[in-house]
Ligand binder design. Structure first.
Ligand code: MIG
Length: 821
């Protein structure tokens, strides 16, 4: 991917001794500045700096020792032709003017400055030191005090004043202060009312972000090795920056719709009869559920790609029955392969030579669940193909999706619970070039943070190959920037407490702006036992969590929605039902995220960048474009303080209660929130798309129900496809843009259709007078649908409840308009 024009003669490291430039670095003095079609390169005695532009708005600055380069694991874009931009370069300065600001690199001092167009917060790289094998880069942040992102992090929500480490780590029952955790996304978003920028440090070694913690005016970035690989992402606001970051590193693929349903997990449900009982338990009690998870006990002695002959003697029958009951099954798969000859996965891996090796050329072995294990080296294609093909075993039984755990990697007896740092990974040759073009290995120290992402990649690519027309579902615990392309992720082994419920949400918000929309936490907390109240409250958040799964440790008490008392079962059923009623909105939010890269669970500041208050709120969020959710994250309360944004921004947003359409004032206030009644709000002017109840996505809902939350006008849009195959990529989808106008005592809905997909609803209902001020005003004497094929259908009033009138028609995508009078 990266080609260098003008080979540089490597000068020995000794040149640093008589080195005057580059603040004492082993890079030496500036020799010359050269240009290629895509880059400007400053050549030093024994290193170089390179400036490139990605995706109009991203400046990529590399400062490195030597001449090696490695293909990024995260970045999927190519640099653009520099001729498209205004660039001046000479030995004094390389200056780039972009729409949102000016970036200047000074080759002599190795400093960089970014002067945004509309912000007081300039950013300057004021020093870079290469120390030992590592580097330290210091930035003057010019008074900026609001930083977000950095992926899966505990610590305070606003990263200013924190020190965060990138080193994928397995820490069960982590505390709210523990760092690092399972995944690393070295992307930092500065965002405040004056403007925003993003900093992506695409260096996969252990690294640390000291965001004003040691020196209140500085961001200090340290990495244990490699180069400064800085992508400075400019844009007019944080929304644009997050979008550009997702263009650079890729977007979530559209998941199968069943992965949006409610999911039930436990370490572990076994044996077979227990799993079947669980499934029947949901159906018997009419609590919707789509997926059951099998944790490590389904395997034979924890050997991947096997079934326990004792506890799962007839897996095919079990899966058939579960499918008949409308469930999908996800099984866990760990990277550790039992080091045992005679075990077919081990033997074929040895034959194909896919396992990670120590420097002495022998396989590295470490202890995990199966005992002594060897580990696939997911960094090369041969191994990834081998790994991917293993899934055929489980697919043949009918398993639907896969859960990759322990892939930090976590090794019970490894140094620091992982691989030794000198373990050798074999890269794809084309991913790593040096002057000889041959060096295709790296040490674990360099790529530790990417191991989990490459495992998820191997899993996804394998499934795509085995079942090309199915959308894979892969869940991963460890990940790196760009990993949203391969898998959903969950926040690992959290704890049953209200503090962790609150923490889960603030983690989702930062993970979301770091490019990963498909995220969730173990509902109820993995370790410990939630009270009935905590569990119901966590389910309430779960309804609006992209990945919605209850999961708990092996010694936890039962945690099915009915496991507490009958009153709480009723609450839990109602909460889970809401997920299914809102599925058209939720599915549409997934579609939007897969196209625009924005989070599904979205911090308020993304949509309200001028509202100062929005930057401090980590216990409320926007869900998709229309909803604002303020879950209760404290115990023993039936109300909460909420903040409705838009007060300072001069824009004309108005908020309404989801439940009765009442208008709610902007700003701070207290609202009622009894158990099961999550505070949910909508933007005034929304047509909300909901559906009648189903018990799982394997059923077709009877009725699509439009709810109009607008006085004089409203709009809504919804995306539909078959929910499981790739045919949407061939155009088989439907996007409906719907508008509503109220004039002359008529309400008129207009439907605009794109795509050919035919949803199989039987009825289309419209709740015409959700808003209190419309009750009586739209009495719905008569409602008439006109279709594009010239039909006129008279709607039937099927319900009048609390003054809300529901009119119902046969469902047809030919609908052009509905007039209510
Ligand atoms: O060492 O598979 O985070 O969800 O239940 C523990 C057993 C291994 C850790 C995962 C958790 C899972 C558990 N696993």
């Amino acid at each position: 991917m990266k080609m260098f024009y003008g080979l540089i003669l490597l000068v020995g490291i000794n040149s640093m001794l008589n080195d005057s430039g580059g603040s004492g670095t082993p890079i030496g003095r500036l020799r010359q500045v050269q240009k290629t079609p895509e880059s400007v390169i400053a050549v030093y005695d024994s290193g170089k700096a390179r400036v490139e532009i990605f995706k109009s708005g991203i400046v990529h600055l590399t400062i490195q020792r030597g001449d090696d380069s490695r293909k990024s694991f995260a970045v999927i874009e190519e640099p653009e032709e520099l001729s498209r931009y205004k660039i001046d370069s000479d030995k004094k300065a390389i200056s780039v003017s972009l729409k949102d600001g000016a970036v200047k690199y000074l080759p002599e001092s190795m400093n960089l400055s970014y002067v945004p167009q509309n912000s007081s917060n300039q950013l300057d790289l004021i020093g870079i030191q290469f120390e030992g094998s590592g580097l330290v880069a210091t930035f003057d942040i010019h008074g900026a005090r609001n930083f977000y992102g950095l992926g899966e992090k505990t610590l305070p929500y606003n990263k200013y004043g924190t020190c965060d480490t990138m080193w994928n780590s397995d820490f069960p029952a982590y505390s709210a202060k523990l760092d690092p955790l399972y995944e690393s996304i070295p992307f930092l978003l500065k965002a405040d009312t004056s403007g925003a920028y993003g900093l992506f440090f695409d260096n996969t070694f252990r690294s640390v972000f000291d965001v004003g913690a040691s020196d209140s005016g500085k961001l200090v970035y340290k990495s244990a090795g490699g180069a400064l690989e800085l992508y400075l992402i400019t844009g007019k606001n944080s929304t644009e920056i997050v979008q550009r970051f997702s263009e650079l590193t890729g977007k979530m693929a559209m998941p199968p719709i069943w992965a949006l349903g409610y999911q039930q997990s436990r370490w572990s449900y076994y044996p077979e009869e227990k799993v079947l009982d669980l499934a029947r338990g949901f159906r018997k009690r009419e609590i919707p559920c789509d997926v059951i998870y099998l944790d490590i006990n389904y395997m034979d002695g924890y050997r991947c790609f096997t079934w326990s002959p004792k506890d799962f003697p007839t897996p095919k029958n079990m899966l058939d029955t579960l499918h008949d009951l409308g469930f999908k099954i996800v099984t866990i798969i760990d990277p550790g392969i039992k080091n045992e000859s005679g075990y077919r996965v081990h033997d074929s891996g040895v034959k194909e030579d896919v396992f990670v090796k120590s420097p002495d050329g022998k396989y590295f072995a470490g202890q995990v669940w199966p005992g002594d294990c060897v580990f696939p080296d997911f960094f090369n294609e041969k191994t990834r193909k081998w790994w991917g093909s293993q899934y055929e075993f489980l697919l043949d039984y009918g398993v639907d999706g896969f859960w990759n755990d322990m892939n930090e990697p976590s090794v019970f007896n490894g140094p620091n619970k992982t691989f030794p740092l000198d373990v050798v990974h074999r890269l794809d040759v084309e991913d790593h070039t040096n002057s000889t073009g041959k060096n295709a290995t790296v040490t674990h120290a360099e790529v530790h943070n990417v191991y989990g992402m490459q495992m998820a990649r191997a899993s996804r690519e394998g499934l795509e190959k085995l079942e090309p027309d199915e959308r894979p579902f892969v869940l991963t615990r460890a990940n790196y920037a760009g990993g949203q392309r391969y898998a959903a992720m969950w926040t690992g082994d959290n704890f049953s407490s209200f503090a962790h419920l609150k923490l889960a949400l603030s983690m989702f918000l930062n993970i979301g702006v770091s490019g990963q929309p498909f995220v969730g936490s173990d509902v109820g907390g993995f370790i410990g036992n939630p009270s009935a109240e905590l569990f119901s409250r966590w389910l309430e958040l779960g309804v609006f969590t992209p990945f919605f799964r209850t999961h708990s440790v092996w010694d936890s008490k039962p945690r099915e929605p009915w496991a507490f008392d009958s009153a709480s079962m009723e609450v839990n059923r109602g909460v889970i039902e809401r997920r299914y009623e809102l599925l058209p909105e939720i599915y549409t939010a997934f579609r939007d995220a897969s196209e625009n890269g924005l989070p599904i669970v979205r911090p308020l500041y993304l949509d309200f960048p001028e509202d100062q208050e929005a930057y401090n709120i980590s216990d409320e969020f926007l869900f998709g474009d229309n909803l604002l959710v303020a879950p209760v994250v404290d115990s023993g309360t039936a109300s909460r303080e909420i903040y409705l944004p838009g007060r300072h921004s001069g824009d004309d947003v108005k908020w309404r209660s989801f439940y009765d359409g009442e208008e709610i004032q902007k700003g701070w206030q207290s609202v009622g929130a009894p158990l099961g009644k999550t505070p949910i709000f909508l933007r005034d002017g929304t047509i909300l798309l909901t559906q009648s109840l189903i018990q799982s996505t394997s059923q077709q809902a009877d009725t699509l129900i439009l709810k109009i939350y607008g006085t004089n006008s409203a709009k809504g849009s919804s995306y539909f496809d078959d929910g499981e195959t790739m045919s949407y990529k061939r155009g088989d989808f439907l996007v409906w843009n719907i508008t509503y106008e109220y004039t002359n005592s008529h309400g008129i809905l207009n439907f605009d259709r794109e795509g050919t997909y035919q949803p199989r609803y039987r009825f289309l209902s419209v709740d015409v007078s959700v808003l209190p001020e419309q009750r009586g005003r739209v009495p719905a004497h008569k409602a008439v649908m006109k279709t594009s094929d010239g039909r006129e259908l008279v709607g039937e009033i099927t319900d009048i409840r609390n003054g809300v009138v529901r009119v119902t028609f046969p469902f047809t995508t030919e609908v052009r308009s509905i007039v209510v009078e």
